[in-house]
Design a protein around this ligand. Structure first.
Ligand code: ADP
Ligand code: MG
Length: 556
């Protein structure tokens, strides 16, 4: 089995086609993606070498090298990381195992256009090589395997790739890009250099380039291009905002600035560092309806990358957070299974949640414009926390903002505290109405009576609201109640009027009740209405109409 040619999986071909077309105006992204893969490979080897030091085989300085060849018109990205066996090459770059690919395809070809620059978020970054190259060669040898077990993979990105066994003197991976005819700019060392500085400065391994000698590489002398530091391990006072932002971009495969971040070191019986970011825009998997596959929070132990551990370190409703957690006291050979029942990890997780909520509170207090950006992007995700995180329910509720009969149109600007501050004397209920849209909520006849009395009503019209409100019965000791449910509170004068009206309308009520006997359970004179002649109301324990409709739609 030395030489063979194989076809890409159908999905890979589709990805290749879409990537090369849609990344056209941001070609340089390919370098960020290849360097990020090289860095992942070094991380993996460093992790494996904790329990198998022999894998390093006398070459312990993990590094990344980027070079160019003006004659051959190639550029290469080499790492001395973990490398790949033949089977791994086939599995990792010939097929696309992750569901990320499917989402990426949907995102790029669907109505909601994904920005192709987010490619790295979908686990298909390798294919960006074909944006600038018409042929890509991968030479790779798995750490710990013999020189004769090297593998050569090559493809023109048109549906097939070839595999060969080759002799390789050193472990690790070299990706060689044979540049397309009009991509000569990447043969300029300064283009490579500035692209690396822009996108990969905070990669934690040295990225080196040969010295430039009249446009040719001088491979006797290598210069380190990046800062190569574990940013989070440096003291806060040494880190500039630009450092934080460029670290975020590399970490989150994002090209937008982060909205905010929080960087903390906990010292004590258990010491750890957290650096957590809130993006300014939803990552695409969140926008595409959300997946449970969560990336973006990396767990390190004493600066050794262990795994993507967003699920272990953050509850689902904070899945938009990106960042790094570095723990001092966990055993280096932890597995996911051990992590899941680790008590120390519970503490770290609790600290992460607290840090994020603290940060959001600070934003809501001190930077309202940023806070609004946050709520527009992630407000509905945060609402899931009302259901998911009973322990922080009040804190989360305090952060939410709603439209209201005393707010600014459809704008979600009113907090529950604002509402309570405006309550009337004697009012002890926070009233809300739910509907499918702002217009339906604001125009609901259910509001008339409360409006006439000057009582504020929150207008809820997001899909998730009804579900969330099922768990948010109380805030600051005040009950939340749907105006469509049960009896409205009446004062004495209202009660007398209603009794008189009921008596006067008795024959009419009886007649309507007979006519609608199979559709309604009761017909009453109501104090709810001031302008409309009638409305539907629910008993206290009935399901809200909006929710009932959702369940019907879902076939329940
Ligand atoms: P992702 O990095 O998100 O997994 P990519 O398309 O960038 O997606 O890479 C696909 C896979 O190919 C990686 O997960 C990894 O297993 C393998 N791979 C890519 N580059 C390298 C490399 N330099 N060394 C080892 N494995 C690599
Ligand atoms: Mg990658």
């Amino acid at each position: 089995m030395t030489q063979e040619t194989r076809k890409f999986e159908a999905e890979v071909s589709q990805v290749l086609h879409l990537v090369t077309h849609s990344l056209y105006s941001h070609k340089e992204i390919f370098l960020r993606e290849l360097i990020s893969n090289a860095s992942d490979a070094c991380d993996k080897l460093r992790f494996e070498s904790q329990s198998h030091p022999e894998l390093l085989d006398g070459d312990a300085e993990l590094r990344i090298q980027v070079s160019w060849d003006p004659e051959a018109r190639t550029i290469s990205v080499r790492d001395n990381g973990v490398g790949m066996s033949r089977d791994e090459v086939v599995a990792n770059i010939g097929t696309v195992a992750s569901s990320g690919t499917r989402r990426y395809l949907e995102a790029l070809s669907g109505e909601q256009k994904a920005d192709a620059r987010l490619i790295g978020q979908f686990g298909v970054g390798f294919y960006s090589a074909f944006v600038v190259a018409d042929r890509v060669t991968v030479l790779t040898r798995r750490a710990g395997s013999a020189a004769s077990e090297g593998v050569r993979w090559e493809s023109d990105g048109k549906g097939e790739y070839s595999l060969d066994d080759v002799e390789l003197p050193a472990r690790g991976t070299t990706v060689i890009l044979h540049l397309k005819a009009d991509e000569d700019e990447f043969l300029q060392p300064w283009t490579l250099r500035s692209t690396i500085a822009k996108y990969s400065d905070h990669v934690a391994f040295p990225i080196r380039m040969p010295k430039d000698s009249d446009g040719k590489p001088d491979t006797d002398e290598w210069e380190t291009i990046n800062s190569a530091s574990a940013l989070w391990a440096r003291p806060k006072s040494d880190i500039s905002d630009e450092d934080y932002q460029s670290f975020y971009k590399a970490l989150g495969h994002d090209f937008n600035d982060a909205l905010a971040w929080t960087h903390n070191r906990v010292e004590g019986s258990q010491s750890f560092t957290t650096l957590l970011y809130i993006p300014s825009q939803p990552p695409f998997d969140l926008m595409m309806g959300g997946s449970d596959e969560r990336k973006g929070l990396k767990l390190y132990i004493k600066r050794v990358f262990i795994m993507d551990a967003a699920e272990e370190l953050l509850p689902k409703y904070l899945r938009f957070v990106r960042g790094v957690v570095d723990a001092d006291d966990l055993p280096l050979n932890v597995s996911r299974e051990i992590l899941q029942k680790n008590r120390q990890l519970d503490r770290i997780r609790g600290a992460c949640v607290k840090r994020v909520l603290d940060l959001l509170e600070k934003l809501s207090r001190d930077e309202p414009a940023k806070f609004t950006t946050f709520l527009d992007a992630f407000g509905n995700t945060l609402k899931e926390g009302i259901v998911e995180d009973a322990g922080n329910r009040e804190r989360i509720a305090k952060l939410l903002r709603f439209a209201s009969t005393k707010g600014e149109g459809a704008g979600k600007t009113v907090s529950l505290d604002d509402y309570i501050g405006r309550m009337q004397i004697g009012q002890d209920i926070i009233w809300y109405v739910t509907a499918d849209s702002y217009a339906a909520a604001a125009g609901s006849p259910q509001l008339e009576a409360l409006k006439a009395k000057g009582v504020e009503v929150l207008l809820m019209f997001d899909r998730i609201d009804e579900w969330m409100l099922g768990y948010l019965n109380e805030y600051e000791g005040k009950r939340l109640q749907n105006v469509a449910k049960g009896e409205l509170p009446l004062d004495e004068a209202d009660k007398r009027k209603q009794e008189a009206a009921t008596q006067a309308a008795e024959p009419l009520l009886a007649r309507i009740k007979t006519l609608l006997s199979d559709r309604v359970s009761d017909v009453r004179v109501s104090a709810r209405l001031t302008d409309s002649p009638s409305c539907l109301a629910l008993a206290d324990y009935d399901m809200a109409p909006h929710l009932a409709r959702l369940l019907r739609e879902a076939g329940q």
